[in-house]
Design a protein around this ligand. Structure first.
Ligand SMILES: [Zn+2]
Length: 266
């Protein structure tokens, strides 16, 4: 996942997983003189939620003596997630959930933050649980493109897209939480007020009950998809990566998803 001289942008939300990851990577980085770490936090603009997370993330970075960089939706896209949700309510024609918008915008914001700090890798704290939930959601939706794309280390597709790695992809969420508790790492425990992705919640519950009855289920799903991915990729037409006609950022269609979404709310 990493090279000895990487500059790693660690995506820190302020939750247990990202703060555990930051602490562990900081420890490893200490003995790698040519590498460095920067923490990046995306401020979506969610009142009463993100402000607390930002405070916790900032404190953690100070304690670990890691530079902390914050990037906001307001600055990048001209509106906060709160404002977007408010406008979405007035325009009833939108079927997408807040999470669907936020997912696309956050990906862009993280990449932009990584470019600004000159990072060569973005590390996110997706755990085994997150990864396996995503696999099943993509199967249920029949989304082969995503099924082929979501990997612990992303493929190189464009010079402006910083490679993403998921060091916790084989770590069960419970273990990452345990690490935070044992090491007395303060973290934000309240969930996002918009977290209403119904399908993901159902997947989480289903996987947890399967894991209880059949220990090893989560690892089995994770291993299955890793073995299937090359075959799925072969069945898909290769997506041509170019630049968005509107913003110039990497895109696989004429207008990128971010411009498509923000245009809706202009
Ligand atoms: Zn665009």
């Amino acid at each position: 996942m990493f090279s000895y001289n990487d500059k790693v942008a660690v995506a820190v939300s302020g939750g247990k997983d990202s703060l555990s990851l930051l602490a562990i990577l900081a420890k490893i980085e200490e003995v790698k003189p040519k590498s460095s770490i920067v923490a990046v936090t995306v401020d979506e603009g969610i009142k009463g939620y993100r402000d607390e997370a930002l405070r916790i993330a900032k404190k953690s970075c100070e304690k670990l003596k890691i530079e902390h960089h914050v990037i906001s939706y307001k600055e990048l896209f001209g509106l906060t997630l709160d404002e977007l949700v408010e406008r979405k309510k007035r325009k009833a024609n939108s079927k997408l959930t807040a999470c669907a918008y936020c997912g696309v915008l956050r990906r862009r914001a993280l990449n932009e933050a990584a470019l600004r700090v000159g990072a060569t890798k973005i590390a996110t704290a997706h755990t085994l649980d997150d990864e396996v939930q995503t696999v099943l959601m993509n199967i249920f939706r029949g989304d082969l493109a995503r099924l082929a794309k979501e990997k612990p280390v992303t493929d190189y597709v464009h010079p402006r897209l910083v490679q993403k790695v998921k060091p916790f992809c084989e770590i069960p969420e419970r273990e990452s939480a345990l690490y935070a508790y044992i090491n007395n790492i303060p973290f934000q425990a309240t969930p996002c007020p918009y977290a209403s992705e119904a399908l993901r919640n159902d997947m989480r519950n289903m996987l947890n009950s399967m894991e209880l009855k059949h220990p090893g289920t989560k690892f089995a799903v994770s291993n299955s998809i890793a073995r299937l991915q090359p075959a799925i990729k072969k069945t898909l037409a290769k997506a041509d990566f170019g630049e968005c006609a509107q913003c110039g950022e990497p895109a696989s269609s004429e207008i990128c998803k971010v411009c498509e979404m923000t245009r809706e709310f202009a």
